[in-house]
Design a protein around this ligand. Structure first.
Ligand code: CMX
Length: 439
């Protein structure tokens, strides 16, 4: 058993026993009530699942195992000479609940290097798609094609004990995470760089290797990729990509199948695709004005026009957050520290000043503040990654860290198949009538 797996088992075994006891002794304790509006409107605020890896506070933003993003930028191990955390570190933190040492992250980098070979048929499946297929379609197809490698699915077919599920899920999760940079870079080079591919560099860490295989050797791009992969990794359990992965995993679909469903959810414009939408929206604004920096008044008019056309302002709003997303702030800080001047990043800052009061004045948007997607594309574009429709793939590579760590926990804690109850509108009307009759 490898040392990370052993450490995980040391944490999971007592927690699984504790949870069994909690359910036995306090299983009837009421945790919350829900309303008709919540049932109709996406179950917002309903507490309906357990996620160990991170917790989202509406006012403060995400904490990974209790650590905020600014704390993690300081405390997680860095590459030699690097200034941003290695994403290997946040995976360790989410999986075992402890800040890693330098040795711990080196171990994970080496494991992912060893496990990173992608079978040929996966590239064949990508190549079978039209080159103009959206990169997320290519990415999801590749993940499904990779399912042939699932050790969980093979072991399950032979017959394994429930108590061993997590062990096979761990193997699949580690293999899947290890292979994603190669797949993402392959899609990028196929679609935008004349199908000319770059071999992995086995001396590089996971995020730097992705930048390298995409064709970016600049140290600044490595630094950005390490930050990007760290901050996009997880956002507790209820967001579409995390919930879909967890839900499909609860049917004991293997990690490849489960992750693919999470990624098809991430590909939606109200979730991860918003990063491409933000850049398209900003470029449309620039084009309408004939290039250059817009004034604040022009930005305000453009936002009002977007709302009047019944469209969403991409990168703004959130189902849980009620303040500026700390993932936005971390990227803003990156811009101010390392880039200092860039037209698109400046427009992002101007939108941040102009948009919130306009969105608030609609009276219906619950969170007028920017989310992670409001800034990420501008940083990527600064370093020459102008293919906006590829951005969600990068989000998807990072998101594997959180949802795979959670999936290992799900199986180690023996979470059963998810099956909430549903109601018809007739049921709801009957309930309203009976409450009114009693009043
Ligand atoms: N622009 C315009 N309208 C918005 C809006 C925005 N940025 N954010 C919310 N609204 C609208 C909703 O569409 C809804 O309108 P209707 O009542 O007419 O249906 C109303 O305001 C209330 O919505 P809400 O309760 O504030 O927000 P939701 O929880 O329903 O939705 C989200 C959250 C993120 C989907 C929404 O804010 C949005 O569409 N934002 C733009 C897309 C985006 O940036 N998504 C990325 C989120 C982060 C991520 O997952 O990556």
């Amino acid at each position: 058993m490898d040392k990370l797996k052993e450490k995980f088992q040391g944490k999971a075994t007592p927690l699984a026993a504790e949870i069994k006891d909690i359910i036995k002794t306090n299983g009837d304790l009421v945790l919350g009530e829900f309303t008709v509006a919540q049932v109709y409107q996406g179950m917002k605020g309903m507490k309906g699942m357990v996620t160990e890896t991170s917790k989202l506070d509406p006012e403060e933003g995400i904490r990974f195992r209790g650590y905020s993003i600014p704390e993690l930028r300081k405390q997680l191990p860095k590459a030699p000479g690097g200034t941003e955390p290695l994403p290997e570190g946040i995976f360790h933190l989410m999986l075992v609940g402890e800040l890693p040492t330098n040795d711990d992250v080196t171990f994970i980098t080496n494991e992912w290097q060893k496990r990173s070979v992608v079978p040929k048929h996966v590239f064949d499946v990508i190549d079978a798609l039209p080159v103009d297929a959206h990169p997320m379609t290519q990415y999801c197809s590749a993940i499904l094609a990779l399912q042939t490698e699932s050790v969980f699915a093979k072991a399950y077919a032979k017959g394994i004990s429930k108590k061993d599920y997590w062990d096979y899920v761990y193997e699949d999760a580690m293999n899947l995470i290890a292979r994603l940079p190669r797949i993402a870079a392959y899609i990028y080079r196929r679609k935008y760089k004349n199908n000319i591919h770059i071999e992995p560099d086995h001396k590089l860490d996971w995020a730097a290797n992705l930048a390298h295989m995409m064709g970016f050797e600049d140290l600044d791009v490595r630094r950005l990729f390490r930050l990007y992969m760290t901050i996009h990794a997880d956002h507790e359990g209820g967001n579409v990509s995390a919930h879909a992965t967890h839900l499909v995993g609860s049917a004991l679909s293997d990690p490849y199948l489960s992750f693919c469903s999470g990624m098809t959810g991430l590909a939606g414009p109200l979730h991860g695709l918003a990063n491409q939408e933000v850049l398209n929206w900003i470029m449309e604004l620039k084009e309408n004005l004939g290039g250059g920096l817009p004034t604040k008044e022009q930005i305000a008019d453009y936002i009002k026009k977007t709302l009047a056309e019944g469209k969403v302002v991409p990168g703004y709003g959130h189902a849980v957050l009620r303040k500026t997303d700390p993932r936005f702030t971390a990227q803003q800080d990156f811009y101010k520290n390392y880039i200092k001047h860039d037209d698109i990043c400046e427009i992002v800052q101007m939108i941040y000043e102009v948009a919130p009061p306009i969105l608030e004045s609609t009276g219906k948007i619950k969170n007028p503040w920017p989310n992670v997607d409001a800034h990420s594309g501008a940083l990527l574009a600064h370093y020459g990654i102008h293919e906006y429709d590829f951005y969600t793939v990068l989000f998807g590579v990072s998101r594997a860290l959180g949802v795979m760590a959670s999936l290992i926990w799900d199986r180690a804690l023996g979470h059963p198949i998810e099956r909430p109850d549903s109601l018809t509108t007739e049921n709801i009307k009957a309930k309203i009538a009976s409450v009114k009759a009693k009043a």
